[in-house]
Ligand binder design. Structure first.
Ligand code: SAH
Length: 364
């Protein structure tokens, strides 16, 4: 059954939701390898064996949201809050540019006040100007009004990441407070698309109560909204959150299960969406040291090395055991580059690396 499904997948034939569930449910190691090989075959065909780097700047952990899974949720009083100033963000973006990363990503907790919006607008403008528009600027700053998205776009940002987290209404309601809305999240994704961004979204895998059908539906949602980029990763409990409080840290067995599910999702997403960019989330590495390279082997083609000043890193713990929090940006560059070459891929230095899907969608 799986062999036959993968044969159809490799030939580019459409798959049904039952097919996706069957692929996500694989446990046999030979079948798993066949799934990963099929995804890698399609990756090579549609986007090539090139890994693109996006230097991620985690510029603030101040957040007005209260997501039950996230370590920087507003009600977590054990976090020392920080906000980088404009100059620090600018410097880190320039570091990424000089390190020949084609793009940077500015990410933070969510804030919707004018002071913050205007600061981001200014710094995006400065980065765009100083790098002559060469450095790609991606934002990952949560839900905002369409007007704010447009201001940041006008200033020079061109990609935006906003995870849907899960497309199951029941699960969404379980992992968020009542005033966090799946409908509004979808509206934001639509607004981003209207504003002209390359839009990225994704989900967390392995949430308590999440089924393979839920995950298959998540992938179909990504296809339905015709997404350009996907960033998704395994859910990892954080001990200071409502969802993480009750559970003991993952055992080695649980880590392996969570990692495998993450890899299967990347593989099936590559098989279904083909020519998009898929990031190998940092959370994969929290489960196993080589998790992100394994992500590349299963169909991902983007890595987001941390370029945040080392002092701030421990304060941006979305989940427990986040890797690289005691390293600096040069160490991350060297260590990741070596590991990627080790799996026989090249790195797209100095390239923005837009998804072929976006190019086709916009240039016909
Ligand atoms: N506030 C921004 C970006 C910061 S959070 C936003 O809402 O887009 C970035 C991502 O971290 C979230 O979308 C979520 O998917 C992920 N995340 C948060 N807590 C996590 C956890 N415990 N395990 C794994 N991923 C988590």
């Amino acid at each position: 059954m799986v062999t036959e499904t993968l044969k159809r997948a490799k030939a580019g034939e459409p798959l049904s939701i039952e097919d996706l569930v069957a692929l996500l449910s694989i446990t046999d190691s030979d079948e798993l390898q066949a799934l990963y090989d099929c995804a890698y075959f399609l990756k090579e065909q549609y986007v090539g064996k090139v890994a693109y780097f996006r230097g991620i700047i985690e510029c603030s952990n101040l957040c007005m949201k209260d997501c039950y899974y996230c370590g920087i949720r507003k009600s977590n009083t054990n976090v020392e809050r920080f906000l980088m100033d404009e100059e620090e963000i600018f410097k880190e973006a320039l570091w990424a540019y000089e390190a020949e990363y084609g793009s940077c990503v500015i990410q933070s907790g969510e804030r919707q006040d004018e002071t913050y919006i205007a600061m981001i607008e200014r710094v995006v403008g400065r980065i765009a100007e100083a790098t002559k528009g060469e450095l790609g600027i991606t934002l990952s700053l949560g839900e905002q009004t369409e007007e704010t998205y447009a201001r940041w776009k006008k200033a020079g940002a061109h990609r935006y990441l906003l995870r849907i987290e899960t497309t199951s209404p029941a699960l969404y309601a379980k992992i968020h407070p009542a005033d966090h809305s799946l409908g509004e999240r979808k509206e934001c994704l639509a607004a981003l698309r209207r504003t002209g961004y390359q839009v990225g979204t994704g989900v967390m895998m392995g949430l308590p109560g999440q089924t393979m059908e839920d995950l298959a539906n998540d992938i179909l949602f990504l296809k339905e909204i015709d997404i350009d980029m996907v960033g998704m990763g395994p859910y990892i409990p954080h001990s200071d959150t409502p969802m993480g409080q009750e559970v003991p840290p993952y055992t080695d067995e649980q880590k392996k299960t969570a990692l495998t599910l993450g890899l299967k999702m990347i593989a099936v997403t590559r098989i279904v969406l083909k020519d998009i960019n898929i990031a190998a989330a940092t959370a994969l590495q929290a489960l196993e040291y080589t998790g992100r390279e394994q992500g590349l082997r299963c169909g991902a083609n983007v890595i987001m090395p941390n370029v945040t000043e080392t002092d701030y890193r421990p304060k941006y713990q979305l989940y427990d055991n986040k890797p690289c929090t005691d390293e600096n940006s040069s160490m991350c560059r060297g260590c990741l580059s070596g590991r990627i070459k080790g799996i026989g891929e090249t790195i797209g230095f100095n390239e923005r690396g837009d998804a072929p899907h976006y190019e086709k969608r916009t240039k016909g």
